[in-house]
Every structure is written in C-alpha cells, then in structure tokens.
Design a protein around this ligand. Structure first.
Ligand code: V47
Ligand code: SF4
Length: 361
C-alpha cells in the first residue's frame, strides 16, 4: 500500500482517508519525511518562515473549562486574571521594534461585553497600525455572537471593521463528536467550528486551523479531522496554515502523557500530505521544542511560528520550552536545517529573506 501511496503523492494525486491512516500505521518515517518534504518544496521551495510576534491573553477566566486546559480559571478562583485595555496597551508599548503580529486569544469571560473586544482591536490599530492583529478562536467568535446577539456574519464583520486582520486556528481540538465530548463537553461542536471559519472566509478573513492530538483520539479521528479541513479549504481557500498541537498533560484535569517525538513528526508529515490544498504547515516550536520543530522542517513543515513573547497556554500545561526566541535564534534554527529563513508578516508576505549561509555546522 505504501508504494501506491508514494506513487500517488509523486504524481500530485490526493490521498484517501484509508491511505492516510495506513501512513500512520507504517513505521518507515524516513520515506514519510521525504514524501512530505517533496510536497512542501513544491509549495514553498526551500524556504522556512518565521514571524516576530507576541501573544496577549486578555483573560484566562472561562465559562467552558475544557478538560485538557491548564490555562483557564473560573471567576474568583486563585490565578484568575483579566487585563484592561490600558494594561494591554502598556504591554504593546514594551514590545520590540520589529514586532509584526499580535496573537490574541483568551477565555470566554462571563461578564465582559463584546464592546471590550472591539475597543481592544481599535486601540491596537490606532496606536500600532503597522502590526497585524491575528486574534480569537472560532470558539470565542461564536461566544461573541451569542453575547452580542449579532449573527455570526455581523459579529465577524464588526471585528474586521474594528481591525481584525486574521483569525487564529485554536479551539478545533478533534472534530469527532465522541472524542470532543470527553475533551471539552462545553465547547462548540466541530461542525460549528467549521461553520465559523467558513463564514470568516466568506467575509474575507483569512484563518488558520489546528488539531489537538495525543490524547484519546485514534488515527482515524486525526484523519477525519484533516479530511474535514481539506473539504472546507476546497470550498473557500481561506486557510493559511495548519498547526498540529501536541498535547501537554501537566496541571490538566485530563492528565495523560506527552506524545512521542516520532508521533509529532508523523503528524506533521501526514498533515502535509493530506492537506494538499493548505499553503503552510506550522511546526509550533513552543509545543514541539526548538529541536524537534527544526527537525520538522525536514518532515513537511515550512514555518516554525514566531518569537512568541509571553506565551501562557502551553506553559500552564507543562511546556518544556523557554519564554521566547530571538529573531537570531529563529534564523539559526532554520539555517541549520538547511532551509532559507524568511521573516514574514501575518499573510506570509516576505519581510526579509535571509541567506542560507550555514556557519558553525
Ligand atoms: O485553542 C489548550 C490548545 C490552543 C492545551 O493560529 C492545548 O497561528 C496542547 O491555537 N496541550 C491555543 N494544546 C494555541 C493555538 C495556536 C498556537 C500557535 C499558533 C496558532 C495560530 C494557534 O492550544 C487552544 C487549544 O486548542 N491547547 N490546552 C494543552 N494542554
Ligand atoms: Fe476556555 Fe479555551 Fe481553555 Fe477551553 S481551551 S477552557 S475554551 S480557554
């Protein structure tokens, strides 16, 4: 079967659900890496992207309390926080000069009005007009549409009008209902997540997609997730990047183990092969670690995310990575994987293409 799949991929043909599951069951990760690299190179040449970005979490107070989430708190609970717009403005002022993107996600706050989020976007656009705002998960956007009583489309258009440039891919977890029920019973369904993204795309908002793996799900559940994303992308073309999220069990209700490095690499490579219509596959270094995300560049990834100042969600759940990377560290990671480092903006427009000089091997 693997030879048939290889031939299909080389010929640029789409692989089926069964073939993708078979790739997970096969132990030959070298062939998998080569195949995924061949697809990544057809799309992005020898380039690997990064961005100078920072995270902002307006609040960790959340009415959902997903079982895998170590970040959220209930109102009044120890460790709960909520930032004012002034506090966020001060964080932005302290950010380094080359910052290109702010990534904003937070909990579903029980009492904050939708107006707070619109004011936040407007404040950032007014004072930091050169910075792209990639913000909110489909879960938050669905919540905003409920608290504002606006429909989904009008909620998205209000966000866009106030300065939202793109949406994050968070909150997707695993679409399969029986697994989702065990992970996050309060959360919107997989179908609703897809509907929010479809509506965003139809409103001209680019988005990303994620998948949380390494918990209760089967390989079939992972491929089902990927195939549903591929189908929506065929329809809208609005997704920019796919980011597999490696489960971090520490301090969570759900517990469990970290996925293995082999599982991380296979998931990146198979995502690259199944999502033949996604321009980019991101190896999120905060979750994978610097070294594995570098190796993932040889398994189909073409992006390692960014400098990521002040990440809180993964660190709450036992991230083993540090608090951020400098631009120089990112360039070095990419160069030493034999790729050309490209600093990008939130829409994958190249800001600076660095030489592939590979010193100190
Ligand atoms: O929505 C929460 C996940 C997401 C855990 O769009 C966990 O460019 C693993 O979506 N173990 C937030 N994952 C991160 C995210 C993201 C990150 C980087 C780039 C982009 C992008 C998006 O992290 C949450 C949830 O799906 N998550 N807890 C955990 N214990
Ligand atoms: Fe809330 Fe998001 Fe954490 Fe779920 S993953 S509890 S929705 S912050």
């Amino acid at each position: 079967m693997i030879e048939t799949i290889e031939q299909k991929i080389i010929a640029g043909e789409r692989i089926t659900f069964e073939e993708a599951v078979a790739l997970f069951q096969d132990d030959d990760i070298h062939t998998l890496g080569k195949l995924a690299t061949s697809v990544a190179e057809k799309k992005n040449g020898n380039r690997a992207y990064f961005i100078q970005n920072r995270h902002i979490n307006p609040t960790n107070i959340c009415v959902n309390r997903c079982r895998f989430c170590a970040f959220s708190r209930s109102k009044g609970e120890k460790g709960a926080f909520e930032l004012s717009i002034d506090e966020i403005s001060r964080k932005m002022e302290l950010s380094p000069e080359g910052l290109r993107e702010v990534h904003i996600v937070g909990g579903l706050h029980p009492d904050r009005a939708f107006g707070y989020y619109l004011s936040l976007l407007r404040m950032i656009k007014k004072h930091f007009p050169h910075i792209h705002i990639k913000a909110f998960t489909a879960v938050e956007v669905d919540y905003f549409s409920r608290i504002s009583n606006l429909g989904l489309r009008d909620t998205l258009l209000s966000l866009k009008d106030s300065g939202l440039d793109a949406m994050t891919g968070g909150g997707a977890e695993i679409f399969a209902g029986n697994i989702r029920e065990r992970l996050c019973p309060e959360k919107i369904t997989g179908e609703r997540w897809l509907e929010v993204h479809k509506t965003a795309h139809l409103c001209g908002i680019k988005t990303n997609a994620t998948m949380l793996y390494g918990h209760f799900e089967s390989y079939g559940d992972r491929i089902d997730h990927l195939v549903r994303l591929r189908k929506l992308q065929d329809l809208t073309g609005g997704f920019q990047a796919f980011i597999p999220l490696s489960y971090h069990p520490k301090n969570t209700d759900m517990g469990g183990r970290y996925p293995s490095g082999i599982d991380d690499l296979k998931t990146i490579a198979i995502s690259r092969l199944v999502l033949d219509n996604f321009p980019h596959i991101k190896a999120y270094w905060v979750m994978l670690g610097e070294k594995l995300s570098q190796v993932a560049l040889l398994f189909g990834a073409d992006d390692i995310d960014g400098t990521v100042i002040e990440e809180k969600i993964t660190h709450a759940a036992g991230a083993m990575t540090g608090e951020g990377l400098t631009k120089e560290q990112m360039i070095n990671l990419i160069r030493k994987a034999g790729k050309i480092p490209v600093e990008r903006d939130a829409f994958y427009k190249a800001v600076t293409v660095y030489g592939c000089r590979n010193e100190n091997r």
